[in-house]
Write a protein that binds this ligand. Structure first.
Ligand code: 6PG
Length: 475
């Protein structure tokens, strides 16, 4: 046995990770159910480092140094369970199975508990950065036991992306499902970021009438400032691309129905269970659903009309939109961190939000310059009630609010949907309101269901006898 780590599942993500390990000097065992894939990898990239290919899973496991480390990069779901069972049957106490796919954290908890019974470690880990990231340095979000991280951590840290200050974008986030949970919320934030960018594009294209090629320049300029991020960079690339077949901007020939594989939906489902308002992620997920709900769109497009009055766009609308984008983005991140904190408390994970934001600084899809500031905010005060209360972020959103309000109100007048910008602003206004209409809701609940209410001026629980003499009873 010579291999430091092994990879099972050699589709693009798996083979790129295997190559990344090899390029960093690790001896990598590789196995794929269809052996031809293994052969292909070795033929094409065998010279990049030390690979130990196996045709049988038994040989793959035997080729691993103890404690054995097998990283599985297979389809989430049943395929994962099948591979785990096969590997576990061949492994010995102390060995570890690492799942680098986008697994649901509840599955990760179940698998971890089952393997722990057998004395094995199960490390559910988020891996972000797409195919290129897997090869050149992804952000890695491992969960699992401290003991597993002792020998696995240095290997993962070696192949991970490095933040501008040189720190590896990989750190143990907590036990069992913590890593996959953080990766899931990362993807939820990714949905939200993409939706907000989409809204900015729509307002400036459909509203103001700026062509994609010019908007590509706008996004590139934004990318040189505080909005500097991978997704803004990618946006400029896509908008600037011309379709070879038609000569039109590519964005005009792509069908406007957004797909989703499920991580955004999971984020929202779990947020509902935890009672955490992740409105930015929810709106982004629903906006994808609306775009793909063809029956309703087709039935409405010729029937429902837009505004009849002409709309004047504010003088410096491009800058307004930039500020609304930045403020809304901060709200979405604040909500995502709230969800991680709530889950961490619920499952006793002890996730450090500063480590989370620190490892998102490079390699992952939501990498952005402002994650440096978010990291500092959590490090200087881990008890912040909300990211929006960190002095620096309070200042950014309050400075942006006039522009943000102009954007949301202009969008409404122009009939351009901005669920991301609008819900983020509503969340901001909700948080800063000293009194909310929830008081009235409590009154209504008490009226029709005797659900009781609390008073602002006295301790206790109260009910008004609505159907009787309307006197108040203290319960
Ligand atoms: C990443 C990405 C990756 C994938 C998403 C796409 O972090 O590298 O998030 O995980 O691109 O799963 O998700 P949708 O297909 O749901 O948009």
């Amino acid at each position: 046995s010579t291999a430091d780590i092994g990879v099972v599942g050699l589709a693009v993500m798996g083979s790129n990770l295997a190559r990344n390990f090899a390029r960093h000097g690790f001896t990598v065992a590789v196995y794929n159910r269809t052996h031809a894939k293994t052969t292909e990898l070795i033929e094409a990239h065998g010279d990049e480092g030390d690979f130990v290919p196996s045709e049988a899973l038994e040989d793959f496991v035997a080729s691993l140094k103890r404690p054995r480390k097998a990283m599985i990069m297979v389809q989430a779901g049943n395929a994962t369970d099948a591979v785990i069972d096969q590997l576990a049957a061949l492994m010995e106490p102390g060995d570890m199975i690492i799942d680098g796919g986008n697994a649901h954290f509840e599955n990760t908890r179940r698998r971890e508990a089952a393997l722990r019974e057998k004395g094995l470690h199960f490390v559910g880990t988020g891996v972000s950065g797409g195919e290129e990231g897997a090869l050149l340095g992804p952000a890695i979000m491992p969960g699992g036991s401290e003991e597993s991280y002792e020998s696995l951590g240095p290997i993962l840290e070696a192949i991970s992306a490095k933040a501008p200050d040189g720190t590896p974008c990989c750190s143990r986030l907590g036990p069992d499902g913590a890593g996959h949970f953080v990766k899931m919320v990362h993807n939820g934030i990714e949905y939200s970021d993409m939706q907000l960018i989409g809204e900015a594009y729509d307002l400036l294209r459909r509203g103001v009438g700026i062509e994609p090629a010019d908007l590509a320049k706008t996004f590139s300029e934004w990318n040189a400032g505080e909005l500097d991020s991978y997704l803004i960079e990618v946006t400029a690339e896509v908008l600037g691309h011309v379709d070879a077949a038609t000569g039109k901007p590519l964005v005009d020939v792509i069908v406007d129905q957004a797909g989703q594989k499920g991580t955004g939906r999971w984020t929202v489902q779990i947020a509902l269970d935890l009672g955490v308002p992740v409105t930015g992620i929810a709106e982004a997920t629903f906006a994808r659903a609306l775009s793909s709900g063809t029956k309703q769109r087709e039935g409405a497009v010729d029937v429902l009309t837009g505004p009849t009055a002409k709309v004047d766009f504010p003088a410096d609308f491009v800058e307004d939109v930039r500020q609304a984008l930045y403020a809304s983005k901060i709200v979405a991140y604040a909500q995502g961190f709230d969800q991680i904190a709530a889950a961490s408390a619920e499952y006793d994970w002890g996730i450090d939000l500063g480590s989370c934001s620190a490892l998102w600084r490079a390699g992952c899809i939501i990498r952005a310059r402002f994650l440096d500031r978010i990291t500092e905010a959590w490090r200087s005060n881990p008890e912040l009630p909300t990211l929006l209360a960190a002095p620096e972020f309070t200042k950014i959103v309050t400075d942006a609010q006039d522009a943000w309000r102009r954007v949301v109100s202009t969008a409404a007048l122009a009939g351009i949907p901005t669920p991301g910008f609008s819900s983020a602003l509503a969340y901001y206004d909700g948080l800063r309101s000293r009194r909310l209409p929830a008081a009235l809701i409590q009154g209504q609940r008490d009226f029709f269901g005797a659900h009781t209410y609390k008073r602002v001026d006295r301790e206790g629980t109260f009910h008004t006898d609505w159907s009787g003499d309307r006197s108040e009873i203290q319960l």
